[in-house]
Design a protein around this ligand. Structure first.
Ligand SMILES: Nc1ncnc2c1ncn2[C@@H]1O[C@H](COP(=O)(O)OP(=O)(O)OP(=O)(O)O)[C@@H](O)[C@H]1O
Length: 259
């Protein structure tokens, strides 16, 4: 019974279907020989990765595989120990970061109202947005009635949706998300997925970290599977779920330990 209802949940489709890919894709990403190590551990161990187009990429892998570290490296929040990351042929710098947005697993919000959290983030980037536009964005994530509430008093799920609204308000060319739906209820998950599909359809390049196989099935167009800091597999989503090619990915999906 549990399995059948879980499968039904997995099969709910997000309503916004992605638009066809534009002819000229922006923000191609090329990663070569990427290493990130500390004196105690090599966390990212020679990653080569090319994401030439804006297909929605889901980054998967077991706990401790290095997914969050990889996302931070891509966004330029960490400096590689070796190797290169090139966005549009250039290493990530302040300008790259300003054209991107990142949503962290733990919501990070200011002691201000919901609306003023959006306004503040827009102000930092010198962007404008009318109150009506901000309310419409909040509405898409079910937050419009909470617009004037202190952000820190929202529930965990509401805060996570606000973080996504704030990221989307910046109209990023690239959106990096680190388990944005961890601990959210199904309705919140659906709102987030629909917002992501809209952004995807509008041309935003999305890289999403998730452990939720059902979510990955619903939204992914490409899967990158990371294991012990190395890429074990890069596959189109359909083939990944039908016949994951790497033993690591198969073990992960079967719930077998991967350490
Ligand atoms: N800034 C850091 N300095 C040193 N070690 C770190 C740092 N960030 C993460 N680590 C270590 O790197 C490894 C990978 O961490 P990371 O958070 O990237 O894993 P993950 O794949 O995102 O895992 P999870 O699925 O549990 O979130 C872990 O062993 C972690 O302790």
């Amino acid at each position: 019974m549990l399995e059948a209802s879980a499968l039904r949940a997995a099969n709910h489709r997000v309503e916004e279907a992605p638009a066809p890919l534009p002819a000229a894709e922006r923000n191609p990403l090329v990663v070569r020989g990427l290493v990130f190590e500390t004196p105690r551990q090599r966390i990212i161990d020679g990653v080569d990765l090319e994401l030439p187009d804006n297909r929605l990429t889901v980054l998967m892998g077991p706990n401790g595989a290095g997914k969050s570290v990889l996302l931070r490296l891509l966004h330029g929040l960490l400096t590689p120990s070796a190797g290169t990351i090139l966005w549009n042929g250039k290493p990530p710098d302040g300008r790259t970061r300003r054209s991107q947005a990142m949503v962290f697993q733990a919501p990070v919000l200011l002691r201000r109202s919901v609306l003023s959290n959006l306004r503040f983030a827009l102000g930092l980037r010198g962007l404008g947005c009318s109150r009506r536009e901000m309310l419409s964005l909040l509405g898409m994530l079910g937050l419009e009635p909470l617009a004037d509430r202190p952000a820190r008093l929202l529930s965990g799920g509401e805060q996570q949706r606000l973080c996504l609204a704030r990221a989307l308000a910046l109209r990023p060319e690239v959106l990096l998300l680190d388990e944005p739906c961890a601990n959210l209820d199904p309705a919140s998950v659906l709102m987030i997925e629909e917002a992501l599909m809209k952004a995807r359809a509008a041309g935003t390049k999305i890289i999403l970290v998730t452990h939720d196989l059902f979510q990955a099935r619903r939204v992914a167009e490409r899967i990158v599977f990371l294991h012990r800091g190395r890429i074990a597999e890069i596959s189109p989503a359909e083939s990944f779920f039908d016949t994951a090619g790497s033993p690591e990915a198969r073990s992960y999906m079967e719930g077998r330990i991967l350490v």
